[in-house]
Design a protein around this ligand. Structure first.
Ligand code: NDP
Ligand code: 2IT
Length: 447
């Protein structure tokens, strides 16, 4: 088995040199899915995983725009259309200086499995740009978004490819991108998700990823006759996912101790309550400030510049910032401090070494493609509402989101429960996500 896996990995690796994040994501899937393929004749010998590791299409384009000083800026835009076997390409756009093809291919690959897990008809895609929105005025962001969409618009559409937000792309950017698409096509369609509620956005979409991670974490704990009530939680990030993960943890009676951004983390020994979280939301979403300002308002809290929160004692950690933000050393400290559960809010925030340690110690570990699928699931519900020209209430969407997260947890058990009773959620999510896409690809022939 080891030989088959390493042959596969070296074949994919030879075609994707200098793409470490993409190879990290592919390797994890290969290690868990190839043993399953080998045991199932319908998949064996079909090169299905090799086909899934090759994007159907990759677009790269120039995004030229003029800044407030009237200087010409040039960024690179991308869209990776990974897999459309079960539905139109679907996945977010990331605007961050670290964006490159390796990062977007890893995200698009993960997205294909994640979208399959939601049970909704969505293929996998991801895009974005190395544009850095930090410090840019609203009009600069608008001009950038308009130039980006002018290149992208002919490649997307409500039945072809439906982008959404990710790091650096929130409701402001989605609004500008939607406005430009509508203007260029002269059509009002559900071509993007995460839209404002006044122009076709779904209620609960802003909350969905963060709430979903906590619903999934709740399911893992429940399976072990445990709950979130009274638990000490550390969260990284302070953006969209972190904010709503914190909100749901607080609502369910847990104590949230930390939040962070790329400049460092804050620790509040009394816990971040709803009022303090409202301060953070205003600081990050409206003032576009730094998390360090929290201690000016709440002096009992502390700020550690340039550090990550993993050394704070907790029962549950929810990493919600970015890929590879929690490594083997961090995992070791978390375990020594008595952490029993990790729910990934970000995509691939834990390194392979960290995951290995969590598995070895048999603590609860939820991989992002299962636990953060609530965001894209509600995006799928937004697409459905747009097609119906109708909108569901907050309660209706929240109930559907909860049901989807419970269902994903069940799929992970179906494929990930071992004889000892331990649940390997990584294996479970990868195989469950694979099966639906693979069946659709087999039925559609070699395309
Ligand atoms: P936001 O842009 O709203 O927030 C990102 C947060 O992470 C910020 O606090 C940011 O700090 C921090 N961060 C980003 N990059 C880095 C970095 N390189 N080093 C340290 N900190 C960093 O993004 P989201 O909350 O939407 O996304 C967070 C994660 O969740 C990502 O991995 C994303 O792919 C994933 N995700 C998002 C979904 C969604 O619906 N939005 C759905 C599923 C997954 P700073 O402000 O200093 O940059
Ligand atoms: O990583 C993700 O799942 C997202 N950024 C959300 C994608 C979407 O289409 O809502």
């Amino acid at each position: 088995m080891k030989e088959i896996i390493s042959k596969f990995i070296s074949e994919v690796s030879s075609k994707n040199q200098n793409e470490p994040e993409f190879m990290q994501a592919v390797t994890e899937v290969a290690e868990t899915v190839i043993p399953y393929i080998v045991k199932h004749d319908i998949y064996y010998g079909q090169n299905i995983l090799l086909r899934m590791a090759e994007p159907e299409r990759v677009l790269s384009f120039r995004v030229a725009w003029i800044d407030d000083k009237e200087e010409i800026q040039v960024n690179r835009g991308y869209r990776v259309q990974m897999n459309s076997a079960i539905g139109p390409y679907k996945g977010g756009l990331r605007f961050h200086p670290s964006v490159n093809l390796s990062v977007l291919k890893f995200l698009a690959f993960e997205q294909t499995f994640k979208n399959s897990l939601t049970t909704l008809p969505m293929g996998g895609g991801k895009g974005g740009s190395d544009f850095n929105p930090k410090g840019r005025s609203d009009t600069e962001v608008m001009r950038f978004c308009q130039s980006f969409m002018t290149e992208l618009y002919s490649h997307i559409g409500p039945n072809r490819d439906v982008p959404a937000g990710d790091i650096g792309v929130g409701s402001r950017e989605i609004g500008y991108l939607f406005g430009q698409y509508k203007r260029l096509k002269n059509e009002f369609t559900g071509v993007l998700t995460g839209k404002g509620a006044s122009f076709g956005g779904s209620l609960i979409r802003p909350e969905a990823t963060g709430y979903g991670v906590v619903y999934f974490t709740e399911q893992m704990l429940k399976f072990r006759d445990n709950s979130l009530k009274g638990k000490k939680i550390i969260i990284s990030g302070s953006g969209n996912v972190a904010q709503y993960a914190a909100e749901k943890c607080i609502q369910l009676g847990a104590k949230v101790l930390t939040l962070s951004d790329s400049s460092g983390y804050i620790m509040d020994p009394d816990g971040i309550d709803e009022e303090k979280l409202a301060f953070v939301m205003k600081l990050k979403n409206l003032q576009r400030g730094r998390i360090g300002s929290y201690i000016e308002k709440y002096p009992k809290a502390s700020f550690r510049s340039g550090e990550k929160p993993w050394k704070i004692t907790c029962e549950i950690a929810i990493p919600c910032a970015t890929q590879n933000e929690l490594n083997g050393k961090d995992a070791d400290i978390l375990l020594k401090n008595g952490c029993i559960c990790i729910g990934e809010g970000a995509n691939m925030p834990c390194t392979p070494e960290a995951i290995q340690l969590f598995k070895k110690n048999k603590i609860l570990f939820a991989p992002g493609k299962a636990s953060n699928a609530g965001g894209v699931a509600v995006s799928g519900l937004e697409m459905a509402q747009n097609s119906l020209r109708y909108s569901w209430t907050r309660e209706e969407v929240n109930e559907k989101l909860k049901a989807i997260m419970i269902d994903i947890h069940k799929s992970c058990l179906d494929y990930g429960k071992t004889e000892s009773g331990y649940v390997d959620y990584v294996k479970g999510a990868n195989i469950a996500g694979f099966v639906k896409v693979a069946d659709a690809m087999l039925a559609q022939g070699v395309v």
